[in-house]
Ligand binder design. Sequence first.
Ligand code: ATP
Length: 477
Amino acid sequence: MPYYGIVGSVVYNMNKTEKTEDKMSKIVSFAKRKGFVFPSSEIYGGFAGVYDFGPLGVELENNLKAQWWRRMVHDRDDIVGLDSSISMSPRIWEASGHTTGFSDPLAECKECNTRIRVDKVLESIGVFADEKMSEEEINKLFDDNKDKIKCPSCGKQDFTDARKFNLLVKSNLGDFSGDMSDPAYLRGETCQGIYVNFKNVVDSMRMKLPFGIAQIGKAFRNEISPRQFIFRGREFEQMEMQYFTEPADEMKEYEKLKEYRWNAILELGIDEKNLRWKQHENLVFYAKDAWDIEYNYPWGFDEMEGVHARGNYDLTAHSKGCGKPQEYHNQETGEKFIPHIIESSGGVGRLLFAILCDAYTEDELGGESRVFMKFKPSIAPVKAAVFPLLKNKPDLVKKAREVYVDLKKDVPQIMWDDNGNVGKRYRRQDEIGTPFCITVDFDTLEDEAVTVRDRDTGEQQRMAISELSEYIKNSIK
Ligand code: ATP
């Protein structure tokens, strides 16, 4: 996997290839130009590692989150939802091991002070390394390969030793010391909020093993070099589901969850050849097994979501941390034990990025080249655009407006467009991935029918206004 480092607003790719650069920059500029993703605080020169989702980005994001929630909560009798707080007792992060162990190896260029994440740089030159290695292990590999590693900013080869840098983001919430000596942390992952509510959920919902708790929410990490667009940010959103099992059932449930998540991702319309499973080579001591679903991003396959079997580590850690056993009481057998956990954990941004890459299509239609987003209709941010053939004909505009207002009641994600000629409107809607364009013309005033044009084929069909809503609703399921 190549490595991108961001210094200011410059992106460096240590294994730069034309193709990588090309696809990456096309997606990044498309996303900004069309209102999907904006760099944060841009008018103030930007803020590294943080992005804003624009009007179309937020619709796409909401569609992805809704599909996840549907599959992970509403379709399942054995999974319930949760929305835990972002700030929690600092003791949670001590018990989970994050205050001591949640770190990445950082080194600094002695010439220009650019920081690099050493495990990722080593990986980019084909040396296996990861953030779980000790400082000694990583420094040994770093020393052995220093002659192959250049500073992405100034090109010099003179670095400090790697040291572990903690990723938790501190805040002064409830800390009036004035010197941040009693910090609260912004959550580094959403699942800790699930673990600490395990007993609340069992007691309030009478859940029986096996069962899961799902949550979508923001997480924060002081990433050393946020990079690769929204792939690695300092503020991002996670969709996590923790599934609690009898110890003996953990691996059986794990295989089921892997298959379930794979199918749920395929359902979003991602081309299967751009997805693959990758098993972790270096498991943490408590994990039973860990696989990632990787997507073929512009720089190659990389982690989009993880499905992990975590044993009973998490609830054991919190039992010790709070001094109260986080056990499950089997009412039938009378047995009390700490359940094992399997999890699926994915980032909204990484999924959205994969969807943008996958949908980005360049083709020719009617002899003209075009760029369009081939979103599956169910996740397209705009499902249909409605327009009057001509915007200076009040009768047409009035009728088109009626069609638009009526359809919006059933399909809220639609757009009104009367700018330029119809051909230009088609191109504009294709570009943002709108599956259907609906034109109200002079015949409509007589026959109560409209022209519906398909994004992918360009084909047009005449349809009665009375059938429009059902047709669109069925097509976007
Ligand atoms: P990586 O190895 O890429 O740093 P990770 O293994 O640390 O990721 P997890 O802690 O397992 O990631 O987090 C679960 C999911 O959250 C990841 O699969 C990814 O989709 C998302 N995620 C993690 N870190 C980030 C980040 N900095 N920016 C965006 N998404 C992230």
